[in-house]
Design a protein around this ligand. Sequence first.
Ligand code: PMP
Length: 361
Amino acid sequence: MTQRIWNFSAGPAVLPESVLEEARDNLLSLGTTGIGILEHSHRGKAFLAVYEETVALCREIGNIPENYRVLFLQGGASTQFFMIPMNLLPRDRTADYLVTGAWSEKAVEEAVRFGGTHTACTSHDKNFSYIPATCTFSPNPVYAHYTSNNTIFGTQWSGLPPVPGGIDLICDASSDIFSRPIDVSKHAIVYAGAQKNLGPSGVTLVIMRDDLIERGSKDLPTMLQYRTHAKNDSMYNTPPTFAIYLVGLVLKWIKKGGGLSAMGELNQRKAGKLYAYLEQSRLFKGTAAADSRSQMNVTFVTGNADVDTKFCSAATKAGFDGLKGHRSVGGMRASIYNAFPEAGVDALIDFMRMFESENAV
Ligand code: PMP
């Protein structure tokens, strides 16, 4: 087999090797069924067992209270950008958005199609390089929406945003879901595309408080009503069976590794090493404000676009893939989600040190 390299992709992203091996072993026959995981009917006993185990693991690992539903939907987190306001935001009401990056902006853009929106805070003034310290909420918002980790800009809310009690809080956790303990009970909805921390692309986890499910209009297309998916255990239509299976394997891997607190410690250590190196580097510099740094996406620059390009191509040659930063930030981005090994972070720092010694002025 071709040797695997260090994959810093922002998503789809690296998956635990043991998960890939287990999936490979079940491609031709899921357990002793004689039918591969890709080939099982979603209505059959074998897949239903996979589905039920995945939901149960999700509840256990995320410490999800009884009065929340776990849904596996399609259309990516981007579909939640409109499905949430379409179901929950009446035309004559307002929803508040905490705008900390391009994905939050996209969420607002969809919400304005359905009702009023209010920007409770934004870090647009400094190219989203920080998490605002204060927010100003509208008088009676239907909900407040935030993006817990800003994949492109390398910033992350270190805790819950300062939302007054009684306001339903909705979180787009696409790029840090289950990377640290999460208090689901403080949220009305938590949603995340799976392709960074949970599995492959093609499935979106939506954790939703019961009372929200029936709120949406019954005139919406059937597939766009949450009640449809809640009533049918995410199987109103054919679900992405393989993606759900893989999420189950990743959740088992998280559980075996000690759950979310162990994951949180590991992620803090991995990101901490990289930020510590950046702080003392004479060549590289982090782009996120110190109190807003992401543990998932570490963004950095040299301050010289040509040197950035030189670094990226040297890194690619040395087996470090996916380090080129998003065009709106430039420079580099190391995405180090749950499954990215600590050894890869160590290897990157060694490589950066070497590059620095050859290129620093
Ligand atoms: N929100 C965040 C924070 C993201 O990082 C992304 C994708 N990178 C999205 C939403 C969009 O997700 P999807 O591609 O699953 O629609």
